[in-house]
Each structure stands twice: as structure tokens, then as C-alpha cells.
Ligand binder design. Sequence first.
Ligand code: SIN
Length: 520
Amino acid sequence: MKANVIIIGSGIAALKLAKMLRRDLNVIIFTKSNKTTSNSYLAQGGIAVALSDNDDPYKHYQDTLEAGRYYNNEEIVAKMTKEAPGLIKELLSEGAPFDRDSSGNIKLGLEGAHGEKRIIHGGGDATGKTIVDFLLTQTQHIQIAENMTVYDLMIENERCIGVKAKDSNERTYTVHADHVVIATGGIGQVYSFTSNADTVTGDGIALAYRAGADLADMEFVQFHPTLLYAGGKGVGLVSEAVRGEGARLVTEDGTHIMEGVHPYKDLAPRHVVSQTIYQTMSKGKSVYLDISSIKNFQSYFPTVASLCRDHGIDINKGKIPVVPGSHFLMGGILTNLHGQTSVPGLYAIGEAACTGAHGANRLASNSLLEGLYFGKRLAQWINEAPVTNQIETIARKPKKQIFAHFELPDIATIKKTMMDSTGISRNGETLETQLKYLESYHIDYWLHADLDDLSLEDLNKVFMLICSWLVTKAALKRTESRGGHLRADFPVEDEGWAKRKIILQKKGDRVEQIKVKITT
Ligand code: SIN
């Protein structure tokens, strides 16, 4: 096993990149579990793309900015929405099985905050599975190392030169590479309610921060309004497409909770819907999706129907209990248009990256699109870059002496405290308390410690601790409410913060004015 390019993660951005890299490059994908355990694979809702006669990329661009509370990088949004039809046509020409209507045209659905029908799906509500399975057929020439947890980046002369990883037996490996790409998804699992895959514990973001990369917008966490609520837990996603087909959010007595809240009602931007459900539930009321108007629910939404069945919810009764949960991180590792981070040799794509595409709140079904767009852009960049042939065979390292480390918190407590204090609604006092709680576990030590002798379980804890601290720190600093960041003590958008980005960096944080110049 040798590598020119190491890709960490196996979601849509990783696979699109792998597929498009030059065939003479030696590419390895490291994935923490198996190749289909990812947020991309779980994605129900589809890919946003302006394909209909009524639509055009400019309308898609405008909806993206409105959902993102005009905090987006407009240049990136303009380029991504403009290239979306081309990206999808490319996949269709290669045989990607997107859903079609009876006349053979691509079916277009509606989701929250979209002014037009522009969501394409695969397998009904199994879009992520459909596209990942398809991309896996196109990447059979790529080595995919499963059950490999990358736990450190190797930095030499301020350049990333490779990774350290552990297999499921906790044996350690080092691999050198010209290019190291983080595509590990976001941080969903740091919250007790989440739609994310079990493996999404913020690893890539913690790795990059430890390595000295700039992070941005960590305070902007999107809470999806509707996870299925069963046994006191959020047990999986109920796609927004269900509301796109007419479902309404109601309380036990049938009161429609989105009435009078936003002109798009149940299809308002996600932060508006999640915050309304959260406020309703805070008053002790349960919230349901009334699906009684949707005919053939089972055939439209097979994934949701089987999730309900598995948790004893009878969809024929017309009501699905729901709860909001963490879904997507708008922030992450700060990158430019090619996916480069502030550390030479290190790149980030997909949810792990902060490209500015999503602003303060992501528009529904723009994440798979972002993965495709930046996977392709980074491939173009790497394909043109000189290859240094600095390739090394993976060496299994001798077992090291075990060092004593500081104690780590248990995972359930991290998740609960994050949900309570750095969740859907935040305030200065609880954020301060949460920050102190997290710092009591010696964050500074974990930012610098040698992690070679940690168990896989403790590595997860370290990454979750670091990411929780980063989100909490940024959330405390942004004294306004915008998109996914709701401060109960600063409840409105503040013009002073409108274009100010909180950049977190190991050597010192800073606040930067966003510079946006549209060049297309
Ligand atoms: C959903 O199906 O509601 C999720 C789609 C998305 O997050 O964009």
C-alpha cells in the first residue's frame, strides 16, 4: 500500500474526488468503519439542481443565500449553483439511476426554503445510498482501507506529509502522501439527538485543528427539524421531502405550529422550523408530522416507512412523532475554492470543510451537491499539481510504551451537555458553564498530546471533546442570532456581525471581515 493521495472518509465528496483523480496516481481511502457508513449514505433528501423550465441557477443561488442569511461566500454559491446542472447531467450520462416520472423525465421534488421544485432523488428517499453505491462502482480501482481510524496528521516543515492510523485491533500505521484530504463529515455525534452516522464524531476537524489549520463558522450547526422520536430518542431522519409532499407539523390536538411563523410555513428554512418545534416542545407539548394527506407514503418514502415500522410507529395512523436533532455543520476546516486548507498538503471537502457555500444555514439538499462540486474541483487541482513521488510503504509501528493521560469524560455526558448548552437555543451563561466543563478535561493537553497509545474509544472521546469545545467557544463569541446559531440572550441578527467570521486557530483565534467578490 502506497499513496500519492490519501482521502480520509468515504462519502460522496471523497468518492467523487477519487473517481476523478488521474489513474496514474496512487490513491488510498481510509474509512473509519465500512465504506458505506457515512452521512452521505444516510441522506434521504436529494440533490438540489435547477433543471426545470421554470427554474434557473440564479434562483437556486438566491434561495441558497436567503437560507444562509446572506452570510455565504457568494462567489462559491454562484459557481456551485451554476455548475450543478452540468454535474448532474454528467452523472446521468454515466448511468446514475435518479428517479424519473412516468414520461421518463427526472422527477423534481420540493424541500424547505426552495422557491422551485428542484430536488432530484434516487430510490425515493434513498438518494445518498443510490449515489454512493453508484460512485463505488466507478471507483473500483481505488484501494479502500476499511475500519481504519486516522488519528493524527504528520506535519513536517509546516506541511502535511501523511497520516497515522489505527486498525480495528488498535495496531498503528503511518503513511506518507503528497496530498492528504479530509472528507470525514461534520460533528453530528457530539449531540445526543442527531441524524448522523455513528462514526461522525468530528475526527477530521479535530485532526486539522491539532495540525494548526484554520477553522471557521464552528458556531453554525444545523438542527434538522424532524428526526423520528421514539423511546425518548431521535432514531433516524424523516426527510424534509415528506413536508415537501404536504405533511404538516402539528401538536397532539392538531394545532398547526408553523401557521403565522413564516410565509413558507412547514417548508420555512430549517432553523426556523427547528426552533419552532423546540419552543413548542419546551412548553411540554409533543410534535408530530401529520402525513394523512400523502397517498402512497410507503412507496414515496420507503426508508422512512421502514424506520417507523422498526420503531413500532404505525404510519397508517397518519402521525409521526418528531424531534429536532443535529444534522449538519456549516463551519469546519476553512478552505479556498480548490479545497486547500491553510496547511500546505492538507485539503478538506464535503461537510468537514467550511467553503462558505452554506453561510449561516444550509439550504436543503445542497450538501450532496457541495460534495460533488468540491470533489471535482479538488480532483482538477490535484491532477495538475506536481507529483513528488514521495511514496512510502506503510510500516506497522512497534507497540509503544503506554503513557498515562488525563482522564476523559464519558461520551453520553458530552452529548447531553452539548445538546442542553450548545444546542438549538444557546445563551451566554450556559455556554460559559459548558466551556468550563469541557476545559476541565485539559483541552490544551489534548491539542498537543501524542495520541499513539490511546484506544479507539479514547480517540473518539478526544475528538468529540475538542470539537465540542470549538463549537462552544465560537458560539459564545458570536453575540447575535443568525441561521443555525440562536442566542436567546442576543435574539436578532446584528449588522455588525453580518460579514464577520470567527476563525479558530491553535496559535490564537481571530475575527475576520469576509471579503466576497463575484467573478462569474
Ligand atoms: C432531508 O431529507 O430532509 C435531508 C436533506 C438535506 O439535509 O439536505
